[in-house]
Structure formats: C-alpha cells, structure tokens
Design a protein around this ligand. Structure first.
Ligand SMILES: Cc1cc2nc3c(=O)[nH]c(=O)nc-3n(C[C@H](O)[C@H](O)[C@H](O)COP(=O)(O)O)c2cc1C
Length: 168
C-alpha cells in the first residue's frame, strides 16, 4: 500500500517573529515536502478555488467568516479516490483553533475507513488545538494517530522532529 501527504498551505503575507512579510512557499508546504522526502509518499495540495487574500489581515477575516458559516469551499481538484493509500499524512495550518475549512471539504469527500491518518499542523502558538478530535469527527472508522505540531516560523528546522515523529 502507498502513502499520501495531503496538505493545505498558503504562501503570501504571514507573521514571522512578530513581523508581517510575504513568502513564496507556505510553512505547511515545506513540512509536507520534508515528510514526502522521508516516507516516499505522494503529495497532494488541497487548494480552494477562490483563494484567500494575499494580505494577512484580509485573509484572517475571510477565514473567520468561513469558520463561522461552517463553509465548505470548493476545491481546485480532488484525487479520483484514495484506494491505494493506507496511510495519510494530513497537513494544515492552525486557523482559529481548527483547520482551514477547505480541509473539511477534502475530508468529507472520501471514506477513510480502515486508513491511518497522521495529522501535522503548523501554528504560531496554538499547536494542534483541537484538530485531532476535529479530524476524528469527520473521518469515522479511520485511525487518527498522534499529531505533530510544528512552529510555522521555525519550519526550516523541523526535519529532525519530523523524522522522530514518523518512526514513532
Ligand atoms: C487565517 C489564519 C488564522 C490563524 N489562526 C491561528 C491560530 O488560531 N493559532 C495559531 O497558533 N496560529 C494561527 N495562524 C498562524 C498559522 O497557523 C501559521 O502561520 C501557519 O504556519 C501558516 O501555515 P501556511 O504557511 O502553510 O499557510 C493563523 C493564520 C491565518 C492565516
């Protein structure tokens, strides 16, 4: 059986060490690529059709509105099915204590019965918040393993922590 790293990540403007700046590759995407390198997993990026704004403050407001509305943003594309994968590394930034709503769109589309899900979350202080439970709530009959919290601004130094988590 094969492994998949499915992740959501946003580049553009974000906070780094108390300062806003634009980045080309999102933090979760960097972590996703490290995991794929270390496990040989395929990569799939969860992308919403209408992306959030590039500027941070507008993005924050849009994401909050979607959370409050329990929105399920439409995705650019989805894998046909996940049949060949028995282990899924699911990556996302912490958005308001949970996952971006587009990750819910992805999770609700498939039947994860019998699959193992390994959550990894990049954040600026809230760590995983309640996301392990959020994933359990929408993927009945899957096994949700212990998640990995990665401080977003320090993702470049996360390789060793990722390695340890993968083998654990
Ligand atoms: C809309 C939005 C909401 C966020 N909410 C939280 C939060 O509640 N707690 C937290 O620790 N970080 C929060 N963050 C920070 C992100 O989780 C963090 O910067 C993450 O590494 C971004 O990942 P990305 O570059 O892959 O998109 C938020 C960021 C955004 C844009």
């Amino acid at each position: 059986m094969a492994k998949l790293v499915a992740y959501y990540s946003r580049a553009d403007e974000n906070y780094f060490g108390g300062q806003l700046r634009y980045i080309e590759v999102g933090n979760t995407e960097k972590a996703a690529k490290m995991i794929a390198e270390q496990t040989g997993a395929d990569l799939f990026k969860i992308e919403q059709k209408t992306p959030y704004a590039k500027d941070y403050n507008t993005c924050i407001a849009q994401a909050k509105k979607d959370l409050q509305a329990k929105a399920r943003p439409e995705l650019v594309n989805l894998p046909e099915n996940l049949d060949k994968y028995d282990e899924i590394y699911l990556g996302y930034p912490n958005y308001w204590g949970t996952m971006p709503m587009a990750v819910y769109t992805f999770l609700e589309h498939f039947d994860f019965s019998g699959k193992k899900i390994h959550p990894f979350c990049t954040h600026e202080g809230s760590r995983l918040s309640r996301t392990e439970q959020d994933i359990k709530n929408v993927t009945r009959n899957a096994t949700v393993k212990r998640g990995l919290a990665i401080h977003g601004s320090s993702v470049d130094g996360a390789r060793a922590a990722i390695k340890k988590w993968i083998v654990a």
